[in-house]
Design a protein around this ligand. Structure first.
Ligand SMILES: [Zn+2]
Length: 118
C-alpha cells in the first residue's frame, strides 16, 4: 500500500501519512535512513543504514533488500508519528530519470529499527 506525500500549505512541512498532523503541524521523528545503491537490474545492492551513531554497509541480494526502486537506486527514511503512533517509510525511488516519493507503512520492524530509540 503506497500513500501520497503531503506537505503543509505554508511551510512545506512533511505531514504524517496516517493522521495528517494536527492543525497544520506534524510531529514526525526520523529513526533510520537507508541508502540502496544499485546499478540497473544488478542482482546485489549496496545497503547503507544510518541509525543514531550506528552505520552499517553491506552488499545484499536486491530481492528482499527493501530497496524502494525496482531497478536502480533508492533511499528510504523511517518515521514515527508522535500523534497517531504509526510508523512509515518515506521512500525515494529512482526509475530511469524519474524519482518517485511515497510512504509505505512499517508493518514489521526489522531488528535494526527496534534496537534503540531516537
Ligand atoms: Zn500521525
Amino acid at each position: 500500500m503506497d500513500l501520497h506525500v503531503s506537505l503543509a500549505k505554508f511551510d512545506d512541512q512533511l505531514m504524517c501519512a496516517g493522521c495528517g498532523g494536527n492543525s497544520g503541524v506534524s510531529y514526525l521523528h526520523h529513526r533510520c535512513v537507508e541508502v540502496h545503491e544499485r546499478a540497473e537490474d544488478e542482482e546485489y545492492v549496496r545497503l547503507t543504514r544510518v541509525r543514531g551513531s550506528s552505520v552499517t554497509s553491506e552488499l545484499v541480494p536486491s530481492k528482499g533488500s527493501g530497496n524502494p526502486s525496482d531497478r536502480r537506486n533508492g533511499v528510504r527514511i523511517a518515521f514515527d508519528c508522535e500523534l497517531c503512533q504509526r510508523k512509515y517509510w518515506l521512500n525515494f525511488a529512482q526509475h530511469k530519470g524519474q524519482t518517485f516519493i511515497y510512504w509505505t507503512p512499517i508493518l514489521e520492524e526489522p531488528p535494526t529499527l527496534s534496537a534503540s530509540s531516537g
